[in-house]
Ligand binder design. Structure first.
Ligand SMILES: Nc1ncnc2c1ncn2[C@@H]1O[C@H](COP(=O)(O)OP(=O)(O)OP(=O)(O)O)[C@@H](O)[C@H]1O
Length: 491
């Protein structure tokens, strides 16, 4: 790892303040200590409990009078001997504290005279605008696959010493485990590897979903990306045969098992409740990949900060989680044409398009959209996505399958029902509406202390006015828009 050299270069480029966002405080401090010793510069560490102390000497006493942040910053400002000051968890003391921010700025302003370097170490650090131009960010490097494999082997050795048993593993599972640990710090990778080994003394494919969930939790994306625990199987999706065939043909290429270009993503447009979300979940289920969902609403949430940064970070996280499926639900909400928001949605779209053009990682994008009129043309231009699928209302045969799926899911034997008649009575219904009719029928049956039967289901269907009727015009527009632009997901 060349962290030492990289940090040295940063210091030499005379930035007065270096910000390190990390959970690995001890590793960051060790790096700074080594750098100080190599460069012959005194190094100090501070936190709000112990105050300041010399970092090079293990038993150096703490200067208790510097526990308060303004005391320590005041002392640094007043010292002429140039030093490196690692300030841990200073971030809460800067919020709404103009005095502290000013002191930081003073030290930065007099950098040419004082030659102090402040290294601010926190798990998260938002730089106050007053000092932004004096700051630079530094990231600790993450272990590469070779180092990760060493970590896993270390843990396997430790297991053997403690339990007297060898860890069972095949090459393929080990490789996949190592790949899935990418993007984690040494400490976290070790923790997850230990977790995978400890419960059964083996490394198997079955460990991977747990590893992915735990890894995602460690990454803390605060609502912009969520980990979808329930992926679906395509067996639970009625119809969409065209989409299923398309995906089936590309699975090997996605996993890098052929020389053909890896597929990068699809968009699904269609009526509400037509099964687009269900299909997105089924892609992950079919390919055995974790499913991450990007919430366009959260990207614009002011509490989460700058929108483009949120998108960038979410995409980076998806890359770290690769191979995975990234599902952007209702994509038009975040990047709609004509949004009057001071250009934010244009910038978010730009960030997304750049990523789509440059993405080399195994992240398969599944975007779903309801409102095609708000979709920016750049996004749907040929070549951006591998395919645009139109999810239309289900055909009579598919409606039968959907009835079967939802009856079976609720413990109702489909043989007890006349499925062709139910299908005939549900012309124009979406999958969601068929499911709703089954659920409503079950409620009615239970209220009457009876069982669900054909008559109850037919009554529920007769009482429903499907969206395709109330929104006939927009459905017609959608179908027209899709001609020549999208392929039929059901074909
Ligand atoms: N083709 C289908 N096969 C089986 N179930 C379906 C199908 N289509 C819809 N459903 C049922 O309806 C529910 C809602 O559908 P889903 O959320 O996938 O639709 P959608 O097109 O994403 O709708 P929206 O645009 O409103 O989010 C699904 O969870 C599923 O239970």
């Amino acid at each position: 790892m060349s962290d030492l050299n990289d940090l040295k270069m940063l210091l030499e480029s005379r930035y007065p303040i270096v910000v390190i966002e990390t959970w690995e405080e001890l590793r960051a401090l060790d790096l700074i200590r080594r750098l100080g010793m190599r460069e012959g510069r005194p190094v100090f560490a501070w936190n709000g409990v112990d105050g300041l102390r010399r970092l090079e000497f293990e038993d150096a006493p703490s200067q208790k009078h510097t526990v308060e942040p303004d005391a320590v910053l005041g002392q640094i400002r007043g010292t002429n001997e140039p030093g490196i000051y690692a300030l841990c968890d200073l971030h809460p003391y800067l919020e709404g504290e103009p005095k502290q921010v000013r002191l930081l700025k003073e030290i930065a302003l007099h950098h040419e005279r004082l030659h102090h370097t402040l290294v601010l170490i926190s798990h998260q650090f938002s730089i106050p605008p007053e000092i932004r131009r004096y700051c630079t960010r530094f990231s600790l490097s993450m272990p590469d696959e070779k180092q990760l494999e060493h970590i896993v082997q270390d843990e396997a050795r430790r297991f053997k010493q403690e339990k007297g048993e060898r860890v069972r593993a095949d090459r393929n599972s080990l490789d996949r485990l190592v790949r899935n640990l990418r993007g984690l710090s040494v400490e976290d990778a070790r923790k997850l590897a230990r977790g995978a080994i400890i419960h059964d003394g083996a490394i198997t494919e079955a460990d991977l979903p747990e590893i992915n969930k735990a890894k995602f939790a460690l990454m803390e994306m605060d609502g912009v990306l969520s980990y979808e625990y329930d992926t679906e199987s395509f067996a639970d999706v009625g119809g969409l045969q065209g989409l299923k065939d398309w995906l089936g043909k590309r699975e090997q290429a996605f996993h890098g098992q052929t020389d053909i270009d890896s597929p990068r993503g699809i968009m699904m447009v269609g009526v509400q409740g037509g099964g687009k979300s269900l299909a997105a979940k089924a892609v992950a289920g079919l390919w055995g990949l974790p499913l991450l969902r990007m919430d366009m609403g959260a990207i614009y949430n002011k509490f989460f900060g700058e929108s483009e940064r949120n998108v960038r970070e979410a995409l980076e996280l998806a890359e770290t989680m690769s191979p995975c499926v990234l599902w952007i639900d209702e994509i038009e909400k975040g990047i709609a044409v004509g949004d009057n928001d001071g250009g934010t949605s244009r910038r978010v779209l730009g960030t997304l398009l750049t990523w789509m053009a440059e993405n080399q990682s195994q992240v398969f994008l599944v975007a779903t959209a309801n409102d095609i009129e708000r979709l920016p043309p750049e996004l749907i231009r040929k070549g951006r996505l591998d395919e645009i699928f139109f999810v239309d209302l289900p055909s009579p045969a598919v409606r039968e399958v959907i009835f079967r799926i939802h009856l079976e899911k609720r413990g109702q034997a489909p043989e007890r029902f006349d499925l062709p008649t139910l299908s005939a009575h549900s012309d124009g219904f979406t999958g969601a509406e068929i499911e709703q009719a089954v659920v409503a029928g079950l409620y009615s049956a239970s209220a009457a202390d009876g069982v669900l039967d054909q008559a109850l289901l037919e009554a529920e269907l007769a009482a429903t006015v499907p969206l395709s009727v109330t929104m006939a015009e927009s459905l017609a527009r959608l179908r027209q828009w899709c001609q020549g632009r999208a392929v039929h997901a059901g074909a």
